[in-house]
Design a protein around this ligand. Sequence first.
Ligand code: DNO
Length: 385
Amino acid sequence: MPLKESWRWFGPNDPVSLQDIKQAGAPSVVSALHHVPHGEVWSKEEIKERKDEIHLAGLEWDIVESVPVHESIKTRGRDCDHYLENYRKSLKNLAAHGISTVCYNFMPVLDWTRTDLNYRLPSGAVALRFDWTDLAVFDINVLKRAGADRDYPREVLAEVPLRYSQMNKARLEELKEIVLMGVPTEKGISVETLTASVATYQEIGKQGLRENWAYFMRSIEDVCEEEGITMTMHPDDPPYAILGLPRMVSNLEDLLYLTQEVPSSHNGICFCTGSLGAGLNNDLPGILEKIGHRVHFAHLRNVNKDMMGNFHESEHLDGDVDMVKVVRKLIAISLQRNRPIPFRPDHGHQILDDLGKTINPGYPAIGRLRGLAELRGVIYGLERL
Ligand code: DNO
């Protein structure tokens, strides 16, 4: 197999079990110690325990997603060096157990952002959706951010009053929870925290965030070199500045900056086709052409977007991203370096028996299984051409 299949597992509390994953046919899982608070050291014992559990099920654990980067590092706050030291220790402990690819992101405060986790498609399947007007309703009416109205195009602002008036209390509460949620198994943040963070990040700005990231990378460089660790940076999702927070991994220009600023090979990219694919001007095969040599992990999923950049997550092969072209390029890169790039089917629709089940948003078993099967078909097909 020219690309290596993997599957995200959120750990023992994931409703999708290791046995289920085994049946999906991927040889390895992507996992993390989600119960360890952000910034704390991942101990060798806990890493071993998780690894043994995965092994016992006949699977491998060779990618971590994610070792979260503490806010103090992203903002270069007071305790930055303490958290950097912890990060270094976690990396060393992971390497001691042979885990050498680490996915992370540098998105301020919030990880990925959506506005609807229950978007019904005509087929009855449920998908995740991002809508600028909903986000503006949250921003203006819930977060009440000063100057928020300057950050949206006129067309979006014009829709806000009506959209707001149509939302009942329950929907507003739900919208708030969705926006403030980060990784499903970890806790969301409060409106107050977000407001304080927006102020902090406004001072930092995009260039400051880039510098803080470079400081982070340089601080872990020796550990990565000694231990053979590759860091893979996840792009911003969605790939735009939102809620007054700066972003730094949204398009080709950002990716070129990152790869050139820290040229060492441990500074790699997690190529997430869904995150980058949501950018109106992002040409994914073109981006791969330029930075493909730095890609060491891929998240494969698709999106359908409109002219304003509102989007919902679509079927893996059927969306705005030309998945066949992307897969073909990833295969070519793997063959060139003589090592298969690991990928996981990212997100999936809630379909069939998963409808009505409690799932981690975006991570139902059956929708992802369908995605994996389709991607596997593409890979097999391309391999035999
Ligand atoms: C969402 C995921 C992200 C990703 C992190 C990586 O489904 O792709 O939460 O894991 O951004 O650090």
